[in-house]
Design a protein around this ligand. Structure first.
Ligand code: ADP
Ligand code: ZN
Ligand code: ZN
Length: 855
């Protein structure tokens, strides 16, 4: 029996491909291997193929699985995503499965016991003819090699073209087996780690110990900031310390170099002891009852609960109902940085080994294992970051999206989906309940709740009736004697007492006093500054030039410990200059405060305090943030300093002070969400304190204390902020009042980028004009006003260069499509990708629907 199937391939082209299929057609969602151009591709059968008008249709090479890797429910979801986000179906499907499954080179052959004992020249294949003689050569070749044998090199070696029919015959005869190789675990079993043996709390002693051995001191301080241990390879690699520096520290008996087993995934430790027997607060009880009552007739819920109001317990109670009493499964999405031991521990305390944790540190093989267990129904609770949404759980009963406002739910490459929005769709398709939780809901969700699309539940008070912490603001303008001085001052390598001492302008006397109080009382404090590195740019005082990235139109960030300049976008790095590359002057200023500099100032201001820093630079190792947080939990850290990484999810009762070193970072970005993000960040970080009986307070430093985002954070006034911000976005119109699409055209050649943009904009403008004119009312304005469909057309805004005009060596332009009906917009975008051809050359057009970042 011959038939035709449609196959979706993970390639940047729209539409599916038709192939011939002999024998029984597998279910849609099944993975197959197909010839494509001159190579092979893994793709998914997505339906019947249409052979009409096609010549030379090629045959499928192999069916790679017995049971579809994409169950029908996920296939329906992928279709929706592909349509809405204008991404090829194959690319969308690939994003749903572990990467192992979309790699065609993993197809291997293994001899069976029967194959091993068979006579190589006559293995007992029945029949004659071409197929059998070719199968004999394939068999002989597999026998000659030690198994397993990879299919594609074998085929090349034999020069036979496709050998899948032969493989199938050999498999049917029982001589060999075909399978998809699971990648081996990462090869390194142990690693050398440099561990601190002794902490030198006293500053005078520190000076005595290190003297002029500044590299040793820097290395020691890095270890301190990074939680006490760093891999030797990392110290010698990116951190740039020589082996002799480490040896020097060993001689001083300050560090040990140990062979350690690669840290096992801490989420695989035995589950923690049984959960405490809590009594739900009245608000929790109401929320849980409402949610359980709605399990049958699902509508999305927005759970607006202030920080510390016990949202997690509400999720857990709902999950218990779904999993334990109804035998279903559930998915809990959290932002990657909230995937901390604390969060995971809570779920594992209730559900034990039935929890699968999907996080970014899993290797390909581990991810694949988890995926198989989930699919087999062994892990009915899945906790993970964005892509955990596609976990193939059977009988999905609930999806929880915690911190639903978080920007990391949006994927920045195709398919550019927003996991919160897709969660609502998946829940609807599966007949499951969807709960979006946050202390600071996104304005999109807030408006959906106001409009009645979501049901709103609130947890207005903290557990135990604890008050939200009082927040005060320190005006940095009044605190600073020289307004230009902030963040300047030469970074002398000795680390102390530099002439342009920036201390006073970085930490106000008020904040210093508050920190000191905590240190005296043996409590803990958190300091937030959402910018990493030492200084965000170096400027020459003589000629004013700023060192920029050669690939991106952004300044390079100075990292003092590594003595390098880094681009935070493309990762370009170069040695830090000591003279201006433009004019040769040695008079450089270091501007734009970063966490590395704050760490130094804090260490100088509070000698003896145990400080840990948590940002991208100190959490390079697989589990280093777990190490740092573990130290905070055990009370081995007095001051935790970091970027937004420390603002979420942490629940430490001994943290009684949160200080925001500069609240204005990010407030002036050219992005309509800048105020919203600032408000969210301040509210989240403020929520890290006052969680225990010791109470807590928050001090925010700002040069713009009257800004409404900061004022609202002072009062914990989400509702007031939302009202004000929604008003601000009315004119000009921005989401959530309208839908928006950001179309970005980029090329390494600035002319091509501009021409490509020009062509795209002309196409869109022409199409919109035509659509307006062809409406039933004719072209006049009155006609347009009368016709609903016409009113639904989006408006074109732009084009303009992107705020970051050059990125990764590509020049970038963009324009927006704003407003319009959802379906109209979808149709227009699909038409655009099918019809519009950019000028030839390296020009990329990407479509970002409901964008989260506009830079
Ligand atoms: P949120 O996520 O809303 O910030 P959490 O879920 O972290 O709040 O809860 C705050 C703290 O209160 C946690 O330490 C949690 O274990 C505790 N908690 C939650 N519910 C209860 C309850 N009903 N009784 C006692 N403690 C609770
Ligand atoms: Zn200069
Ligand atoms: Zn760059």
């Amino acid at each position: 029996m011959k038939s035709h199937v449609a196959v979706a391939l993970p390639l940047p082209v729209s539409g599916n491909f038709t192939y011939r299929m002999e024998g029984e057609v597998p279910a849609p969602g099944t993975r197959v291997l197909v010839p494509f151009r001159r190579s092979e591709q893994v793709g998914w059968i997505v339906g019947e193929g249409d052979p009409s008008g096609l010549k030379n249709i090629r045959a499928i090479l192999d069916v790679l699985e017995e049971r579809p890797s994409i169950p029908s429910e996920l296939l329906a979801l992928a279709r929706w995503m592909s349509e809405y986000y204008v991404a090829p179906l194959g690319i969308t499907l690939r994003a749903m499965v572990p990467s192992v499954l979309s790699d065609g080179s993993r197809e291997i052959l293994r001899l069976t016991p029967r194959g091993r004992s068979a006579d190589p020249s006559d293995p007992g294949l029945r029949g004659s003819g071409r197929l059998v003689s070719r199968a004999r050569s394939v068999f002989a070749a597999v026998r000659d090699r030690s198994d397993p044998v990879r299919v594609s090199p074998l085929r090349k070696h034999l020069g036979l073209g496709s050998i899948w029919p032969e493989i199938r015959l050999l498999a049917e005869t029982g001589l060999l087996e075909h399978e998809t190789l699971r990648p081996p675990p990462p090869p390194v079993r142990t690693r050398k780690v440099v561990r601190l043996r002794r902490w030198i709390a006293d500053l005078a002693e520190r000076e005595e110990v290190f003297g002029r051995a500044t590299r040793q001191q820097e290395c020691y301080e890095l270890l301190e900031a990074a939680g006490g241990g760093v891999e030797l390879a990392r110290l010698q690699g990116v951190e740039g310390f020589s082996r002799s520096v480490v040896t020097g520290l060993e001689t001083k008996e300050l560090v040990d170099v140990c062979d350690e087993e690669i840290l096992r995934d801490p989420f695989h430790d035995p589950p923690p002891e049984a959960p405490p027997k809590w009594v739900l607060s009245p608000a929790q009880k109401l929320a849980v009852e409402t949610l359980i009552a709605s399990l049958e007739g699902p509508a999305p819920f927005l759970l607006h609960g202030v920080t510390g109001s016990g949202k997690t317990l509400v999720y857990i109670q709902v999950l218990q109902e779904v999993v334990e009493r109804r035998g279903g499964s559930a998915i809990v999405l959290v932002p990657e940085i909230s995937l901390t031991p604390q969060t995971v521990k809570r779920f594992r305390a209730w559900f034990g080994d039935r929890v699968a944790v999907l996080h970014s540190a899993l290797s390909e093989g581990e991810r694949y294992d988890q995926w198989r267990q989930i699919r087999a129904g062994e892990k009915p609770v899945v906790v993970g970051a964005r892509s955990a949404l596609f976990a193939p759980v059977p009988d999905l009963g609930a999806i929880v999206v915690d911190e639903e406002h978080d920007g990391s739910y949006k994927q920045s490459e195709a398919p550019r989906y927003h996991a919160r929005d897709v969660a609502v769709v998946r829940a609807r398709l599966a007949g499951a309940i969807c709960v979006l939780g946050s202390a600071t809901p996104s304005l999109e969700s807030w408006r959906n709740a106001e409009a009645g699309k979501f049901d709103r539940l609130s947890l207005p008070v903290r557990i135990g009736g604890r008050p939200l912490p009082p927040v005060e603001v320190v005006d940095l303008r009044r605190n600073r004697s020289d307004p230009g001085a902030q963040g300047s001052g030469a970074p002398d390598p000795a680390g102390a007492g530099s002439p342009g001492d920036p201390r006073g302008s970085i930490l106000s006397p008020r904040l210093v006093a508050a920190v000191r109080e905590r240190l005296d009382r043996r409590e803990q404090a958190i300091l937030l500054l959402n910018r990493r590195g030492y200084a965000s740019f170096i400027q020459c005082r003589a000629c004013g030039s700023v060192t920029e990235c050669p690939n991106c139109s952004v300044s390079l960030t100075y990292h003092r410990r590594r003595a390098r300049l880094l681009c935070h976008h493309c990762r370009h790095e170069e040695p830090a200059p000591d003279h201006c590359p433009e004019c040769g002057s040695g008079d450089l200023s270091y501007r734009g405060l970063g966490t590395e500099q704050v760490e130094r100032v804090v260490a100088e201001s509070f000698p003896g305090a145990r400080i840990a820093r948590m940002d991208v630079d100190t959490t390079g190792g697989k589990w280093s943030h777990h190490e740092i947080l573990g130290r905070v939990e055990r009370g081995e850290v007095d001051l935790l300093l970091g970027t937004q990484m420390i603002a979420k999810g942490l629940d430490f009762p001994r943290v009684t002070l949160v200080g925001v070193v500069n609240a204005d970072v990010g407030l002036h970005l050219p992005d309509f969400r800048a105020s919203e993000r600032t408000f969210q960040l301040l509210s989240q970080v403020a929520g890290r304190t006052g969680r225990g009986s010791l109470g807590g307070e928050v001090i925010i430093q700002s040069s713009l204390p009257e800004h409404y985002a900061i004022q609202a954070a002072l009062d914990h006034d989400y509702v007031g902020f939302a009202r004000r911000e929604l008003e601000m976005r009315r004119n000009p119109r921005y989401p959530p009042h309208v839908r928006m699409v950001n179309v970005i055209v980029s090329s390494p050649d600035p002319r091509l980028a501009a021409d490509g943009t020009d062509g795209a904009v002309k196409w869109v403008r022409r199409t919109l004009t035509k659509a307006r004119g062809s409406g039933p009312g004719g072209s006049g304005r009155a006609g347009a006003a009368r016709d609903g469909e016409l009113m639904d057309l989006p408006e074109l805004v732009g084009p303009a260069p992107c705020p970051i005009e050059r990125l990764h060596g590509r020049w970038r332009w963009h324009f927006f499509l704003r407003g319009g009906g959802i379906a109209v917009l979808t149709r227009l975008l699909h038409r655009f990708v099918e019809v519009y051809r950019p000028p030839s050359g390296d020009v990329r057009v990407s479509i970002d629907r409901d964008p989260v970042a506009l830079l």
